[in-house]
Structures are given as structure tokens and as C-alpha cells.
Unconditional design. Sequence first.
Length: 179
Amino acid sequence: MTDITGKKVAFVLTDGYEDSELTSPWEAVQGAGGKPALISPKDGSVEGKKGHTQTVDAAPADVDASAFDALVLPGGVVNADHLRMDADAVALVRGFVEAGKPIGVICHGAWILIEAGAVEGRTITSYPSLKTDLVNAGANWVDQEVATDNGLVSSRTPDDLPAFNAKIVEEFAEGVHGG
């Protein structure tokens, strides 16, 4: 496995996330030596749609993309829909995009990338119901297990997590990607 020792990885989410889309990449990041942090507009802890709870480390308004090396955006319809409406979360994600930092996004997590103006001209996959949204925002949508475009790693569903986890760790090890 690729080594990302010391790299700080922000996981941005809120209640209603797809449990495995937080826990599995979190474990992959830790297993490769990375330091994950949960960033959420919700205070205290967040709860996934299947009941997993996890403590929030900071709010989007209280951190900056410069404090992290990479970003993970788990899915879950409720999580993704609420997160894309949070101006501070959108601004934080935009900061990662503008800095060229690697981003991993799965399932419905891509909605916030649309809000952040981050998908135009990019090849991306997602849960199939987001295809039209992504295409309308200028993305090249593909239906495959994992898609990578200049540091942007995307996958469709929890079934894709093994490939997604391997690819995000690889991209996180590579670091900042040019425009």
C-alpha cells in the first residue's frame, strides 16, 4: 500500500452520509499513515443513515483547505443535499479545488463539487442519478468503478470502495496536481 504518513485528509460531511463511504476510506487513509479529520457544519457528532456515529473535529467555517493535503467527500443523499446548501462547506471544497489538492468523491458526494464550480471539463463518475446534474454542469460523466482526472478520484457506490480507497491513497501520495 502507498504511504501517506503525515498527510492530513479532511472528510467533509453531515448527518445522513452513507456509513461505509466514511468508514472505509477513513480506515484506508489511517492504514496508509494519513491523519483523517471530520469536518462538518453539525456540532458534536454526525450520524450515518445506517447508524454509525462519529465525532466532528471542526466546522467548515473554522478551517481552511491550506491546513489539509487532501479531501474526501462521502455520499448519501441527505448528507450530500444538505452539504451543498452550506456556504462554508462549499467554500472549503472550492479551496481544495483551487489549490489543486487531490479530492476523493463517491456516490452523491459530487453534488457539492457542482456547487463549488469544480466539475466543468472534468471526467467524473457518481451514483447514476447524478449523471444529468454533472453533465449539465459541464462534466464528462462515465459509468465505471473509479474515474481519475488530474487528482479528482470518483466512484459510484459502496461496491466500488476497494478500488476507490486504493486510488485515493495513490492520488493523496502524489499530492497537488496542476490545472
